[in-house]
Design a protein around this ligand. Structure first.
Ligand SMILES: N[C@@H](CCC(=O)N[C@@H](CS)C(=O)NCC(=O)O)C(=O)O
Length: 138
């Protein structure tokens, strides 16, 4: 059985969960509380989650590597290298989009809201417009 290690929230694990669902691949969703994560951290390859554990015990870290691997298992990865590269391009762009918000997750609530609003009106908005342009091109 595959085991996906993360927190009980969508975050950087939700694409993996969607791949499992679409591919109808059974897996165990291993979720950590803050205390459990603190205890597990030093045993994780990069000290972070998500982490994917394969049925044979091999471990894969880094969400984009996990997503690409599971997309392949689920039949979602295009066989054509150009199309696969385009899927990677969009995935990496969305990763950049999410990373814009990361500092705001560690701010006090009011400050976090203000920072996120500013991003949505500025840099994050620009990234979405860029994505809309890219995906509307043939
Ligand atoms: N580049 C990594 C980033 C992973 C990451 O930032 N994980 C966060 C949760 S979203 C984490 O483990 N934070 C706790 C920590 O770094 O101690 C990926 O895409 O998987």
């Amino acid at each position: 059985m595959y085991r996906l290690h993360y927190f009980a929230e969508p975050g950087r694990a939700e694409i993996a969960r969607l791949c499992f669902a679409i591919g109808e691949i059974p897996y165990e969703d291993v979720t950590y509380s803050e205390e459990e994560f603190a205890a597990a951290k030093s045993g994780l390859p990069f000290g972070q989650v998500p982490l994917l554990e394969l049925p044979d015990g091999r471990r894969l870290a880094q969400s984009l590597a996990i997503d690409r691997f599971l997309a392949g298992l689920s039949g979602l990865l295009p066989a054509d290298p150009w199309q696969a590269a385009q899927a990677d391009m969009v995935a990496l762009h969305m990763h950049d989009f999410v990373n814009l918000f990361t500092p705001s997750f560690f701010m006090p609530p009011a400050e976090s809201l203000a920072a996120q609003r500013e991003l949505l009106a500025g840099a994050a908005h620009t990234k979405l417009l860029q994505l809309a342009t890219i995906v509307s091109q043939p």
